[in-house]
Design a protein around this ligand. Structure first.
Ligand SMILES: NC(=O)c1ccc[n+]([C@@H]2O[C@H](COP(=O)([O-])OP(=O)(O)OC[C@H]3O[C@@H](n4cnc5c(N)ncnc54)[C@H](OP(=O)(O)O)[C@@H]3O)[C@@H](O)[C@H]2O)c1
Length: 330
């Protein structure tokens, strides 16, 4: 698979990365470890070398699965993980509540104080069974810690060789600029899909100018853009897509009408709607990588093939025109 440069760093990533949130299970109605390990292996076999995870995904479980599956492949892969969401301490700013698989409620806090992230980094390295992380990203902004303090700790980790590059996630243009004053920021990981294009106004033009890579998360809008979601879709217990604003019945109807409109393009090219949505995403200006979640071998196989075709300008134009008709109630 093609490799792309990550911001101004010396790291290259594949335009499709394996997103390891869902395999953590929590918030996604559970997971199957065997399927998850197989999915990671298949991703690697099909040329995906970039893997994105976070400590909070399954409260460490997603990182552990990646650590296990990527043994013996370390120098061939790029591991992207995060810090700054603590479920094990009451620190910083309350973010949301989350039940573990035993039904115990945990309050997740945004916190990126210096000592905290140094400690988090050690825990991630252990779970990932590695001695360095390629890209270390603050998961969400922490309004209780000065950005400079957080980034000084990141600079220390860079100097120690525990991380290769600094990234941020869910940061605004202003926040990226502030972080850049302390350390070079290689990337900002933010939501971006055919249905969620908010960053095009401000963040994207700045990122292009400043050579900050945009890593697009939820490019399938959490499965909605695969066409498999109908109004009566039954999610497993604990799947937070139930009640998510994109999954309101009127939005599902509107998205499925749009998918019907673009299906002839997919049929012509003998590709699926998921492949079309992923390819569209990583070909938008400024988007270095689409982080695509997958739970099993079948999904990864389908998603990896999104890198094996090119959409013509005319096809892109048709998709963009059809997108203009989508009006979501969010
Ligand atoms: N930084 C952040 O705050 C943040 C937030 C969200 C995500 N992320 C990152 O971005 C990654 C991807 O985002 P995401 O997982 O939210 O959403 P996504 O990639 O848009 O959707 C992934 C989900 O869609 C379904 N799916 C995937 N491929 C499919 C296929 N070929 N056919 C049918 N269904 C398919 C699977 O769920 P089902 O099988 O259950 O339907 C899968 O878990 C995450 O794993 C994570 O690494 C980061």
């Amino acid at each position: 698979m093609e490799k792309r440069k990550l911001g101004n760093s010396d790291i290259t990533v594949t335009p499709i990365a394996f997103g390891a949130w869902a395999i953590g299970g929590l918030m996604w109605g559970g997971n199957d470890d065997h399927d998850a390990l197989e999915a990671i292996q298949v991703a690697y076999d099909l040329g995906i070398t970039t893997f994105d995870t976070a400590p909070v995904y399954g409260f460490g479980h997603s990182e552990e699965l990646l650590g296990k599956a990527l043994q013996g492949k370390r120098d061939q892969v790029q591991i992207l993980t995060k810090y700054g969401l603590r479920w094990d301490a009451t620190v910083g700013e309350y973010h949301f509540s989350l039940e573990d698989e035993k039904g115990n409620a945990h309050k997740v806090h945004r916190y990126a104080g210096k000592e905290s992230l140094i400690k988090e980094c050690e825990a991630s390295l252990k779970r990932l069974k590695t001695d360095y992380i390629d890209l270390y990203q603050i998961h969400w902004p922490d309004n209780t810690t000065p950005i400079a303090e957080t980034m000084e700790a990141v600079a220390q980790l860079l100097q120690q060789g525990k991380i290769r590059a600094a990234g941020v996630s869910n940061y605004s243009e202003e926040q990226v600029k502030e972080a850049q004053q302390t350390v070079m920021i290689a990337s900002d990981q933010v939501p971006y899909s055919m249905l969620n294009r908010g960053i095009e106004e401000e963040l994207l033009p700045y990122a292009l100018e400043a050579h900050v890579s945009i890593l697009a998360y939820s490019p399938l809008q959490r499965g909605l853009l695969t066409g498999k979601i109908t109004e009566n879709h039954q999610f497993n217990a604990g799947d937070t897509r139930e009640g998510n604003r994109y999954f309101k019945p009127e939005n599902i109807r509107s998205v499925n009408r749009f998918l019907e409109d673009i299906k002839p393009i997919a049929d012509d090219k003998q590709i699926t709607l998921a492949q079309l949505a992923i390819n569209w995403t990583f070909h938008q200006p400024g988007i270095t990588c689409a982080l695509v979640g997958a739970r099993n071998r079948k999904q990864v196989k389908e998603n990896a093939k999104a890198a094996s075709f090119t959409l013509s300008q005319e096809e892109m134009q048709k998709i963009n025109t059809a997108l203009e008709q989508v009006h979501l109630a969010l």
